[in-house]
Design a protein around this ligand. Structure first.
Ligand SMILES: C[C@H]1O[C@@H](n2cnc3c(O)ncnc32)[C@H](O)[C@@H]1O
Ligand SMILES: [Zn+2]
Length: 434
């Protein structure tokens, strides 16, 4: 196979580096799907040169909790708390889903992620085969799980395992390695003990991770305590469920003992500040978790509770929310939040040997931003400060995933954006009339 090469020339590079964001001026050579060289004197003749002057290069962002097909439900049910939102609005609407709607919703989300600089996302939803097809086409990186819910019903449980195992068999490590799969037990409230125990067994058997909602609301904690006598993480610990391959979304309400369990078992946390604020679920103790050495990453959750997939916004909210919660402006400084949305996200998904930073040998998942946009001016301080506090997704000019340019100078190359928008508008109209 012929080598495809891209040289990103003379650009300001921002890299996470163990709590310190490293900034330097240089060029990056991409060979096929990987970063081949980083330096100042790269003289290879290449297939394509991208002029980096006036631009910033950083790793593609990693969104560690999402339900991407829910992009169809943007604005469907605002200003509600989680239970009413799910029971009275979202689940009734989801009963009308089919593979075509989930495919269109996934395409819509893919366009939004590419435009706002996300190259990897972690998903849990339904009709995941069609989500995998959409992601294969869109060119981004996805970690996919089926949202398993049994409410103690044995027949439903068998169905959920078949769905998730079929997804793993059909799509794990597909699309040139861009798609990997996990198990997706929805939460300890909606999943029985039998389901959770078997998920751990099957995850070990198939050597895949687990994606689960945890400790999102006070009601959920009370429900688990009432039925098991234990708090949610104590309960999962008693089932030997917890390990470093578990990605726990939300983790808003945590006792000190649960934080110790998270640390001991190396559970990976996805912090979702916008969704937690919008559903008025609460404020996750992120600074405390980070101080204890727990790996905390960032997710948007689905668009129906956010209402967008802009991880630049999410980084800013994560930082500001923690500052006001702790009444301490020094917590979650911009370099730490930058790490959370890049290298911590990669680690949370067990992908840190491949993505999350700009290093030779890693996959070329990269984004370029406009240094000259009005909200980044003056540009003397190009640092994580500008990216976390001043930028937003619309400052992204170019998005590259697995060495493939998916958007260049704001033009999406891999999908027809107008077509995707009109399909999405038609789909949600149809669903509302069902
Ligand atoms: C996969 C299922 O999960 C539902 N969902 C989406 N967001 C949340 C959330 O924040 N907490 C709990 N459940 C959520 C989604 O609608 C699917 O039914
Ligand atoms: Zn969620």
């Amino acid at each position: 196979m012929e080598t495809k090469t891209i040289l990103i020339k003379d650009i300001t590079i921002l890299n996470p580096d163990l709590g310190n964001v490293k900034e330097f001026q240089g060029s990056v050579l991409i060979e096929n799907d990987k970063i081949a060289k980083i330096g100042n004197n790269i003289n290879e003749s290449v297939d394509k040169v991208i002029d980096g002057k006036g631009k910033i290069l950083m790793p593609g962002l990693v969104n560690t909790h999402n339900h991407i097909s829910m992009n169809l439900f943007r604005g469907l049910a605002d200003d509600l708390e989680l239970n009413t939102w799910l029971n009275d609005h979202i689940w009734p609407m989801e009963s009308h889903l089919n593979s075509n709607y989930c495919y269109i919703g996934a395409l819509l989300a893919a366009v939004e992620m590419i435009k706002s600089g996300t190259t990897t996302f972690n998903d849990m939803y339904f009709y995941m085969g069609s989500v995998a097809q959409a992601i294969d086409k869109a060119g981004i990186r996805g970690v996919l799980s089926y949202g398993m819910i049994d409410f103690g019903d044995e027949e439903k449980r068998e169905h959920e395992f078949k769905e998730n195992i079929d997804l793993i068999k059909d799509f794990n490590n597909s699309a040139n390695g861009r798609i990997t799969c996990r198990f997706g037990p929805h939460s300890p409230v909606t999943c029985s003990k039998e389901l959770l125990e078997r998920v751990r067994e099957e995850a070990n058997k198939y050597n895949v991770g687990i994606h689960i909602h945890m400790n999102e609301t006070q009601k959920e904690i009370k429900d688990v305590v009432d039925s098991t006598g234990m708090r949610p993480f104590e309960y999962l610990n008693s089932l030997n469920f917890l390990s470093s391959d578990v990605l726990a979304a939300h983790c808003v309400w945590l006792s000190d003992n649960e934080i110790d369990i998270l640390k001991q078992k190396d559970v990976q946390v996805s912090h979702n500040p916008c969704s937690n604020m919008k559903l008025a679920s609460g404020i996750a103790p992120v600074s405390k978790l980070l101080n204890k050495g727990v790996n905390v990453s960032i997710g948007t959750d689905g668009v129906a509770s956010n209402n967008n997939l802009d991880l630049f916004e999410e980084m800013k909210f994560a930082s500001l929310l923690q500052k006001v919660n702790d009444l301490n402006p020094e917590v979650l400084p911009s370099n730490q939040v930058f790490n959370m949305a890049t290298i911590n996200g990669a680690k949370a998904l067990s992908l840190d040997k491949d993505i999350g930073s700009i290093e030779v040998g890693k996959k070329a998942d990269l984004i370029l931003l406009d240094k000259k946009s009005i909200n980044m001016t003056p540009d003397s301080k190009i640092s994580s400060s500008n990216l976390v506090y001043s930028a937003n997704g619309s400052d992204v000019l170019t998005t590259i995933c697995n060495g493939q340019i998916l958007m260049e100078d704001k033009k999406i190359l891999c999908l027809n954006e107008d077509k995707v928008k009109s399909l999405a508008n038609e789909a949600i109209l149809e669903m509302k009339n069902l």
